[in-house]
Design a binder for this molecule. Structure first.
Ligand SMILES: NC(=O)c1ccc[n+]([C@@H]2O[C@H](COP(=O)([O-])OP(=O)(O)OC[C@H]3O[C@@H](n4cnc5c(N)ncnc54)[C@H](OP(=O)(O)O)[C@@H]3O)[C@@H](O)[C@H]2O)c1
Length: 209
């Protein structure tokens, strides 16, 4: 599959390695020029395409967004319309500034992203796991119930299924937490499944599934 990644930091670069590792073509962008991605390009070879944000957005059937939450309104909504957009972001007021609607729990960070990206098929995933665990813990040899869990929330069942398939390819259990409103809250910082290493079986128990 062609996958775009916007953000080449801890999560973005980790996902680039994992996704190229299982055979995807990946276009990666950051805030700077594609030349700043030379080291990652040399490491991962021709399946890794250093790109501008606009290019990565247009390249991917699936586009992962791994940037600080406070930058989401800089994303190019027209280029992402119709795309499956995977939101790995979290709202941390110390980093992102206070957002009253989130502080009052009137909405979620991923719904705010979806509001900006009109027409995108937004799925929340990859936001609950520390990047080192993400880099090291996928294990395709294990049964799903024994793999560590990554979570998917979204309102578009087909998009969520495609993202779940990618999660399984890189060796994790994909656990559906529900809609963006319900599952998005279940995946937020401070929740029972956030930054906790749970197998598929344990995650289902915690979520009452
Ligand atoms: N670190 C973790 O373990 C972890 C785990 C789960 C979720 N998360 C969440 O995932 C998101 C990314 O975290 P991270 O730790 O990977 O961050 P990071 O290491 O600080 O990397 C952030 C990346 O975003 C890029 N960026 C910032 N603003 C941008 C913009 N407007 N357009 C394009 N790219 C932009 C930066 O570009 P430059 O390189 O050019 O500066 C950088 O490559 C955050 O929301 C974080 O809360 C992090």
């Amino acid at each position: 599959m062609k996958i775009g990644i916007i953000g080449s930091g801890r999560i973005g670069a980790t996902l680039a390695r994992l996704l190229v590792g299982v055979g995807h073509e990946v276009a990666v962008a950051n805030r700077h020029t594609p030349e700043t991605l030379r080291a990652l390009h040399e490491e991962l070879g021709s399946a890794l395409h250093p790109s501008s944000v606009e290019e990565a957005a247009r390249f991917g059937e699936v586009v992962v967004v791994s940037i600080p939450f406070h930058s989401i309104n800089e994303l190019p909504a027209p280029a992402l319309a119709g795309k499956i957009v995977v939101d790995s972001n979290n709202y941390y007021p110390q980093r992102d500034g206070q957002v009253p609607a989130l502080d009052r729990d009137e909405t979620t960070s991923t719904e705010l992203l979806a509001d900006h990206l009109v027409g995108a098929r937004v799925v929340k995933a990859f936001n609950t796991m520390y990047f080192v665990t993400l880099a090291q813990s996928g294990d395709r040899a294990k049964d799903e119930s024994e793999r560590l869990s990554l979570f998917v929330a979204g309102d578009d069942e087909e998009a969520k299924g495609i993202v779940a398939g990618v999660i399984e390819e890189i060796g994790f259990a994909a656990i559906d937490t529900g809609t963006l409103a319900v599952g998005g809250r279940r995946q937020q910082p401070g929740s029972d499944i956030y930054n906790t290493e749970l197998t598929g079986a344990e995650a289902r128990r915690v979520l009452g599934q």
